[in-house]
Write a protein that binds this ligand. Structure first.
Ligand code: 6PG
Length: 241
């Protein structure tokens, strides 16, 4: 599907628009299928969005919350994507604990964690090994290097085609991450991008030609909607002249 790009004057407007976009899709998913599956991104950009979601009036028992990637650290670690969302959002709303599916980070080997999360995700969707779950919403960010989730440039994770979850590698630091096959089954993939530091990567991601091994975010081509929500600082070079 052709990407839809919306550029907002500042971060506050960006977060307000992202909240509206996500809440609308949550209600649509629940009205159609009585449930909504969301995979969260990490990093700093989505934090105010998660804080805003904590104030939303949503059918919390109908939401299933997953993570699209995770640093391989305990939940109590300041770098934990789960820990951040839990602190600013999930601890503040009456969502059943059974509906929250953090990526495991306690196995000795990250590969075992990836395999376990794949099992948990398939089970939650009631699917057999070999099937690919369709997430209603997958939230994503991009790094200054053009990575998304924990699919970093020139890493083996970019080529994984037969698994849903794999081990990412950020400068030797292990991550757990969705793979492109899982990302690209999404009903709606939403990139939330803010700040001038993202301009060069965005220019390459939106260039007519390019290589997903250099700019992995180019590889996100979901079967459903692809929405890019940017602030003006990030989207300056993409804005129509
Ligand atoms: C992570 C994220 C990652 C993030 C980008 C942007 O675990 O770090 O999932 O893909 O979205 O690195 O991070 P910022 O929002 O902090 O710029």
């Amino acid at each position: 599907m052709t990407p839809k790009v919306d550029i907002y004057p500042d971060r506050q407007a960006l977060i307000a628009a992202a909240l509206e976009t996500i809440v609308a899709r949550i209600h649509t998913a629940i009205s159609e299928r009585q449930t909504c599956s969301i995979a969260l991104s990490g990093g700093s950009t989505p934090q105010p969005l998660y804080a805003a979601l904590a104030q939303a009036d949503l059918p919390w028992d109908r939401l299933q919350i997953f993570w699209g990637d995770e640093r391989y650290v305990p939940a109590t670690d300041p770098d934990s994507n789960y820990g951040m969302a839990k602190r600013v959002w999930l601890d503040l709303v009456p969502i059943p604990a059974a509906n929250i599916h953090p990526m495991p980070t306690h196995f000795d080997r990250p590969q075992l964690a990836a395999e376990e999360y794949e099992r948990q995700t398939l089970a939650q969707f009631g699917l057999e090994t070999g099937s690919i779950p369709v997430f209603d919403i997958i939230l994503l960010g991009i790094g200054d290097d053009g990575h998304t989730a924990s699919l970093f440039p020139h890493t083996a994770a970019l080529s994984v085609a037969d698994r849903l979850i794999t081990v990412g590698d950020k400068d030797g630091q292990p991550r757990i991450t969705f793979t492109f096959p899982l990302l690209n089954r999404a009903r709606c993939a939403i990139f939330l991008v803010a700040g001038a530091s993202k301009q060069p990567a965005l220019a390459e991601i939106f260039a007519p030609t390019g290589d997903i091994h250099t700019y992995p975010s180019r590889g996100v081509q979901p079967q459903g909607e692809l929405l890019w929500l940017l602030d003006a600082a990030a989207g300056e070079r993409l804005a129509p002249r």
